[in-house]
Design a protein around this ligand. Structure first.
Ligand SMILES: *Cc1c(COP(=O)(O)O)cnc(C)c1O
Length: 414
């Protein structure tokens, strides 16, 4: 922009915003500026009525018959197909099931099975911890001398040696917002004979993804972040067609059996993506997730990305203009192609500052040890709110209102 940004510039952007109509499709409380949709997406306005219908009619009245008459039995594949469209998967490559951690375990075990002569799982040291923990657990359980090799983002290329069975990375880092180059890294992994597994937790619904053109082997992702599926929403798993008949799931549960209702004593995997289901799916949670995914499918991915980049650029320009880069320092790459839909700033007293912000209705989050994290959800976040959020932060920092005892007390969930 060059010149100073004013609040009325941002009001004008709101008036011209083609995605503005989506805001009314969400329930957001008055007086809240929600910059945490990357951790728990806002509630779609249609969710409560749909949930009530499922509870009262499908569960309450139609009872067990609902598995057939209301399509409960196909719901994991049905929503999986919808999410597949958001991430550039082909038909029949995506299923909704379990949590991201559990899906990662399944995909990781399958990757190791596909590369039996290799012993290394390669990942990033600052990857989201559950991904690393699940890898550790699998390695311990297998007891075959696998190791988890952890490197910095810039060292990934050099670390993909002939011993690497699988490269397991998260596309957008939860602490820095840095986005890795999916097509390039996938190509490198394949060139060295490794399987490529991407975690899309902070990218599905936030940045355009094309798993097919990037030729990805496995991917997992989260339902409750940018997909607005509700607290603890089920996660998704993508398995490229070419691997679907070569491996089965290590968690060989009855819902992944070729014919679950013949109750055979031994496991025969279902064909296609179905074999990656495990046990009875959480129908109520799946219904809420579907409402969020349907809403996301209405918006153009390129319009979402354009607005996301515009919002992060403006927010950072406002922080520079109003607060100064010497006070809070941006950890996220400034280069637009290298970031997801969040900005992270390092500040020594990030914890009490975030408590004070939340107390004033600006909800972001804190990531240890010193990160102020702000998520931008172009589907329901306005431009004027960016101004108001930065103004609130500026006020807290200049008056040091964060330095009150109540803001220093630690909560269990941050
Ligand atoms: C949020 C997140 C998860 C969450 O895992 P769950 O098992 O669904 O709780 C996993 N990985 C990454 C990278 C995440 O950001």
């Amino acid at each position: 922009m060059g010149q100073l940004i004013t609040r009325s510039d941002l009001e004008a952007l709101d008036r011209a915003d083609p995605l503005r109509v989506f805001r009314d499709r969400f329930t957001l409380p008055e007086g809240v500026i929600y910059l945490d949709g990357n951790s728990l997406g806002a509630m779609p306005q249609a969710a409560p009525a749909r949930m009530r219908e499922v509870v009262e009619v499908e569960w309450g009245r139609d009872l067990i018959r609902s598995w057939n008459i209301h399509g409960w039995i196909d719901i994991q594949k049905r929503i999986g197909a919808k999410i597949g469209r958001l991430i550039g998967a082909r038909d029949g490559e995506t299923i909704v099931a379990d949590s991201t951690s559990v899906n990662l375990f399944k995909a990781l075990a399958a990757s190791l099975e596909l590369r039996p002569d290799r012993r290394v799982i390669l990942s990033e040291r600052s990857n989201f911890p559950t991904d690393l923990y699940m890898a550790e657990g699998l390695i311990r359980y297998l007891g075959r001398g696998h190791t988890l090799r952890l490197v910095e983002p810039d060292e990934i290329d050099a670390a993909i040696g002939d011993d690497v069975a699988v490269v397991m990375l998260t596309q957008v880092n939860y602490r820095t917002g840095r986005m890795l180059d999916m097509p390039r890294i996938t190509e490198q992994a394949h060139a060295r004979g490794a399987i490529m597994l991407w975690d899309l937790a902070h990218s599905a619904g936030a940045v355009p993804i094309d798993l097919t053109s990037a030729n990805v082997d496995f991917a997992v992702g989260c339902g409750y972040k940018y997909l607005n599926g509700g607290p603890g929403a089920p996660a998704f798993l993508y398995v490229a067609k070419r691997h679907q008949s070569s491996v089965t799931s290590v968690l060989s549960g009855w819902h992944g059996h070729a014919s679950p209702f013949t109750f055979e004593p031994s496991y025969v995997p279902a064909e296609g993506i179905d074999r990656w289901a495990v046990g009875a799916p959480a129908i109520l949670s799946l219904i809420a997730l579907e409402v969020g995914v349907d809403l996301m499918l209405e918006a153009s991915p390129s319009a979402l990305r354009a607005k996301s980049l515009q919002q992060t650029s403006i927010f950072d320009a406002l922080v520079t203009q109003e607060i100064g880069n010497d006070v809070v320092s941006l950890v996220t790459p400034r280069e637009p192609g290298m970031r997801g839909s969040q900005l992270c700033y390092a500040y020594r007293d990030a914890w009490p500052v975030m408590r004070a912000l939340i107390d004033r209705g600006v909800i972001g989050d804190f990531r240890a040890p010193d990160i102020l994290r702000f998520g931008f959800t172009p589907l329901y976040l306005g431009f004027t709110e960016l101004w108001d959020a930065v103004a609130t932060l500026k006020g807290i920092l200049s008056a040091r209102t964060w330095d009150r005892p109540e803001y220093h007390a630690r909560a269990t969930v941050t």
